[in-house]
Design a protein. Sequence first.
Length: 265
Amino acid sequence: MMDILNIENCTISYQGQKAAVDDVSLSIGEKEIVSIVGESGSGKTTLIRAILGILPPGGKVTDGKILFQGKNILELDERSLQKIRGTEIAMIFQDVGASLDPIRIVDSQYRESILVHRKMPKEECRGLEKKMLTKMHLTDPERVLSSYPFELSGGMKQRVGIAMSMTARPKLLLADEPTSALDVTIQAEVVREMKKLREQYQAAIILVTHNMGVASYISDKIGVMCQGKLVEFGKRDDVIFHPKHEYTRSLLAAVPRLEGKRFAK
């Protein structure tokens, strides 16, 4: 399996502060699902934002490389980055509902996101939107498209966001805590849908989460971040059943048991 992304000795800092990400290296193969687990402030969101070149003001990659299909993203100009964003690499943010415009119906926003990357007639655009929403198990896509965001549940908005992100069939999907704002039942639903994306679209996925249980369910590989450092990275079963770092063991110990079991092999 070829690597689609290689992060090499990456350090990211904010002005006047200690490095938020400190000398991190990891690789993601084509069609692989990698979870990056850690507490708030561990640097995991900063790391995936750097992949897309959307660090907050003051944030800067001060050392290392981020290679996407062999090209160093850090050396690309803004125009080249814009060509990659949304088509080659897409991102699902933590609260998709907050990123949707409350005074525009979903169809208007969805159509705009498609037309940024390719031109097509309005009818064809609508058909593509409905097809993608149906794949996300939104059973009445016509109603969803005609709705304002406040008329949809949290789980529905999150699935709309995933559908919008996947419409261009990106090779790499970055998901920043996509289930943390949802209740437990909808969390499970969204995680299952994300797992299917790999099969449907042959996409590699990097999932940022604080939930080791979610990571164990969805991942091929797991990375564990603590205070800006990647303290553990390896195959899912190796990290879950043979953790090497004390911090990883503490995260695993915090996962609740279900019917006497904590993880499924």
